[in-house]
Design a protein around this ligand. Structure first.
Ligand code: DLL
Length: 445
């Protein structure tokens, strides 16, 4: 087990109804036997029902029968977001439209939306896995759950909503935004848990402090946070400010939505992948080779039970590692997501992710977690400026020292020289969902 420095012991005690699903208790061998059986079914099912998979498998000269053991999955071609875009809107569906009970879509920053569909059974599995994630994170049946993930086409709101209902919670379907109203409802309804993005919880904390409220005095005990990369430093910030347990939840629309993996509150060492429903792999994003567990690379998923839209070797572009199981010894965990391969900043040959800046900045006294990165090209060379707010109790003189330290630490740990601008508290844009950290201000070359 990797101990995380400074992680608090869990606040809540396990409840009697915290009984695990049978799949969570299987041995690794039993689980892999289940995975193989489900994988063989899924691969054949996708080949028969989705034209794109038939073509891809045929082009690669591979047939569903070639999948005799789990390692044979590596013979099958990858699927990428572009395949989903090509099949827009419903070309990836493996069932007639009448059997699709719900559709979600993610807009993405460029190009067509990515459309995903669910049968009734897919929705049941999703609820179960989100409920399982909540349970792992310490949320209990009977609790009031404030859901501030956005409702609508985004999978966060409805995914969390039905998952919390499934666990037996009372759901407050607040959705994202309207921060003052969020705070009012947190005070009046006294929820036990909050579900939102980490940066939106930061926005809520910040707004509470500005309103003269003590965030540590709310009724909240647990936060289940995801949809964007965040660090253990951010976890400590939120846990300390709110006096809660903060756990991660991971997922992506194409693979299901939130709840593909969820973090165990007793460990807080990365989200456990619910491997009875998803087979993960880590690959080298440049060579496409499958890497061993523990090595850093791109996360790839094959769905094992999906009916409306099975995915075979779907490339997430999320960079992380596969780690041995802890909270559920039979299922592997993902390490923290460093970032997405397509969000990586390449600054004069050095690769950089916003999470690296978050990690460094939050260790420097006087600096807040509110920062943004600006890339400019003033003299033919790219320049990075880190704009970061000082904390309220950090004087201008202290800020000069903090700024120097941040610059020094970034140079040491990331290898990039950058400019630091420490700004006054409350001056940078706040998140209401997934926060945009990077602003590319180069005029296109
Ligand atoms: O963000 C699903 C979700 C909703 C997850 C609510 C957790 C909570 P998409 O909009 O399709 O779905 O975006 C998926 O978000 O590929 C990652 O890059 C990022 N992401 C999601 N969860 C995490 C996390 C939802 N826990 C994309 N840590 C993924 C880091 C995350 N990144």
């Amino acid at each position: 087990m990797t101990a995380i420095i400074g992680t608090k012991a869990r606040k809540t005690t396990p409840a009697a109804e915290d009984t695990l699903d049978p799949e969570e208790l299987m041995s690794r061998d039993e689980l892999e036997a289940l995975q193989l059986q489900r994988l063989q079914h899924t691969v054949a099912y996708a080949y028969e029902r989705v034209a794109m998979y038939k073509k891809k498998f045929d082009d690669a000269g591979v047939r569903p029968e070639d999948l005799k053991e789990l390692a044979d999955l590596a013979k099958f071609p990858y699927t990428d977001k572009e395949d989903l875009r090509q099949a827009y809107p419903f070309g990836m569906f493996a069932v007639p439209q009448q059997e699709v009970a719900r559709i979600h879509a993610s807009s993405g920053t460029t190009g067509r939306a990515t459309v995903v569909g669910y049968t009734k059974r897919d929705l049941e599995n999703w609820e179960t896995l989100f409920a399982r994630s909540l349970r792992a994170s310490g949320v209990k049946k009977g609790w009031k759950v404030h859901n501030a993930y956005g409702y609508g086409l985004f999978t966060g709101g409805l995914g969390a909503h039905y998952g919390a209902e499934k666990l037996g919670c009372t759901v407050i379907p607040m959705s994202g935004g309207q921060t003052e109203k969020q705070i009012q409802l947190i005070q009046d309804f006294e929820p036990d848990a909050i579900l939102c993005t980490p940066t939106y919880l930061l926005t809520i904390v910040d707004a509470m402090e500005r309103a003269g409220l003590d965030p540590a005095k709310t009724s909240l005990k647990v936060a289940v946070l995801g949809a964007e990369p965040w660090t253990d430093e951010m976890r400590h910030e939120l846990e300390n400010k709110l006096d809660i347990d903060a756990c991660d939840i991971y997922g992506l629309s194409e693979v299901m939505g939130p709840g593909v993996a969820g973090e165990c509150v007793d460990f807080k060492d990365g989200s456990t992948i619910w491997e009875d429903h998803f087979r993960p792999e880590i690959i080298d994003p440049l060579t496409d080779a499958v890497l061993d567990d523990g090595q850093a690379g791109e996360l790839v998923f094959t769905s094992l039970t999906k009916e409306a839209m099975p995915v075979i070797r779907y490339r997430t572009h999320d960079l992380t590692r596969l780690l041995p199981g802890t909270g559920r010894p039979n299922m592997r965990r993902i390490g923290r997501i460093t970032g997405r391969s397509d969000d990586m900043i390449i600054l004069r040959g050095v690769n950089l992710f916003p999470t690296q800046i978050e990690e460094i900045a939050l260790r420097i006294p006087g600096l807040s977690p509110h920062f943004q990165l600006e890339i400019t090209r003033p003299h033919r060379m790219d320049e990075l400026t880190v704009k970061i707010e000082r904390r309220e109790d950090c004087t201008a003189a202290m800020a000069v020292e903090a700024s120097r330290e941040l610059q020094r630490q970034i140079k040491i740990h990331v290898g990039s020289s950058c400019k630091i601008v420490v700004v006054d508290p409350g001056t940078l844009a706040r998140s209401s969902g997934k926060l945009r950290r990077v602003y590319d201000l180069r005029d296109n070359g």
